[in-house]
Design a protein around this ligand. Structure first.
Ligand code: NAP
Length: 471
């Protein structure tokens, strides 16, 4: 008779798909089960781990990126293995995992952007912020994108923290960017940019910004950009006034204090201007062959279904710009064979247990992070989120609701399929190389941006990874 799942003889085998914060927090919570023996195999389509911490968090936020130290400690625990350069749905499919693991946790994040669905959105010069973010962060999927930064005016659509990241990176000086781990090609392109005026366009008012106060405050410390907020732009309508007066939303109150400070203390000493505009929605991107302007409709705040929403007026404005970035949220991409809700852009799930279209639980399948709840919250939000899912997974282990793996190893399957998977030791070497290149030029690291280069570097250093090869 097979011994209980979770014992030394029969460890609980969990596959985690993705290696961003939610993946690592799920692994961490599993590792906390000291009375169980658990094997965790983390699969990642890139050779590098850490998801949005590496490919999304803005390079001028190095302190936030230092959270990877926590993930490194998780990766060092016994029973943890990293399989980079392995794509779920292509290199391995659900059946491969169901035959080898008791449970699968999907932690793939939300990989695409939301669209504005307005005429002219696809004109050259109109881009998704997600692509720009991937580009400046040396993400292999986006390194070859081109952004014409020769124009003077750029509009960033949206009032979230990603819009803030994009505005800051566009407005930073060469010196400021040099001290970051921004992709070296992006450092060069941005250092030569002609951009002078950066519009940040919010469809709702100053009381409804989704950006957080530290990000708004950071704008005042930019070495090369003044922040411009017109007092007229931050006058509150009665509904927003009531909302702010209630004091419920402390972030909104703080944001408004900061915006009021900016409006009352204008500065005009720096070469670039970040102009914050509110209550405007793009209705068309204009231009012949490339972006020349954006047509905006003026909104007013109205209440619908107990929410303060942007309602269009009949007032329009044409804002001349050379470049547009839409930063209006991310959207999930379905995984082959995994139930997906197109509307929310998330895997169908109930608090992390994957369900089919009729709401029935799918045995042994779980979701964490943005693909579970949608693209919201900060990095730390993923910790309780992952704990919630893993708690249910453990409850299912107790109740015997698990997949029934017949095999116990994945390496031979990957080898059979000719997949050069990247181990955590391989990643450590890539990490070391990036930091060494960075040291040489006084930067935190100089990043790889092509998968082939990473694999070549690993082949070139095979003797370090496999000392017996050189003996
Ligand atoms: P977000 O916070 O949801 O912001 C999206 C913005 O786009 C909102 O201002 C939204 O306005 C606006 N928007 C949506 N549809 C629009 C449309 N059709 N036209 C014009 N505007 C539209 O999303 P995000 O900025 O992508 O950030 C995703 C998550 O990552 C957030 O939780 C964020 O805090 C987090 N993040 C954190 C950091 C950090 O901590 N430093 C950095 C980056 C990202 P409405 O409010 O009116 O819907």
């Amino acid at each position: 008779m097979a011994s209980l799942v979770g014992t030394t003889d029969n460890p609980l085998r969990v596959a985690i798909i993705g290696s961003g914060p939610s993946a690592f927090y799920a692994a961490e919570h599993l590792q906390k089960q000291r009375d169980m023996t658990i094997i965790i195999d983390m699969f990642e389509r890139l050779p590098t781990p850490f998801g949005l911490v590496r490919g999304g968090v803005a390079p001028d936020h190095q302190k936030i990126k230092s959270v990877t130290k926590v993930y490194e400690r998780i990766a060092e625990q016994p029973g943890f293995r990293f399989f980079g350069n392995v794509t779920f749905g292509k290199d391995i499919v659900y059946n491969d995992l169901a035959e080898r693991y008791h449970a699968i946790i999907y932690a793939v994040g939300t990989q695409t952007d939301r669209r504005m669905d307005i005429p002219g959105e696809d004109l050259p010069g109109s881009h998704a912020a997600t692509e720009f973010v991937g580009w400046y962060n040396a993400h292999p999927d986006y390194h070859d994108r081109t952004f014409d930064l020769s124009g003077k005016r750029v509009a960033v659509i949206g009032n979230g923290n990603v819009a803030m990241d994009v505005i800051r990176i566009l407005a930073r000086t060469e010196d400021e960017l040099h001290s970051t781990d921004i992709a070296d090609y992006a450092l060069e392109a941005l250092s030569n940019s002609g951009i002078k005026t950066l519009y940040l366009l919010g469809r709702r008012g100053p009381a409804q910004g989704k950006f957080t106060p530290p990000e708004l405050k950071e704008l005042q410390d930019m070495a090369g950009a003044d922040i411009v907020v017109s007092p007229d732009e931050i006058k509150l309508d009665p509904l927003s006034e009531k909302y702010i007066q209630s004091g419920e939303d402390r972030a909104a109150v703080r944001n408004l204090e900061l915006l009021t400070h900016y409006a009352q203390n204008p500065t005009d000493t720096k070469p670039k201007k970040i102009v914050m505009r509110f209550l405007v929605s793009p209705v068309e991107v204009l231009g012949t062959g490339q972006v020349e302007a954006i047509r905006l409709v003026k909104n007013e705040i109205c209440e619908k279904e107990h929410m303060l929403r942007p309602c269009p007026t009949d007032e329009f404005e044409i804002l001349p710009v050379d470049l547009v970035f839409r930063s209006i949220g991310y959207h999930g991409v379905p995984l082959p064979g995994v139930p997906f809700n197109e509307k929310t852009g998330t895997i169908r799930n109930d608090h992390g247990r994957v369900t089919d279209d009729s709401g029935t639980y799918r045995t042994g399948e779980y979701a964490v992070g943005w693909i579970k709840r949608g693209p919201s919250g900060i990095i730390g939000t993923n910790k309780p989120d992952a704990q919630e899912t893993v708690t249910l997974l453990l409850e299912d282990v107790g109740a015997g609701r698990l997949l029934a793996p017949a095999h116990s190893e994945i390496e031979s399957l990957l080898a059979e399929r000719g997949i050069r998977f990247v181990t955590y030791d391989d990643w450590r070497l890539l990490d070391q190389l990036e930091q060494t290149w960075g040291d040489a030029v006084g930067r935190p690291r100089v990043k790889f941006y092509q998968v082939e280069d990473m694999l070549h570097a690993l082949a070139d250093h095979a003797d370090i990874l496999n000392p017996q090869l050189s003996s």
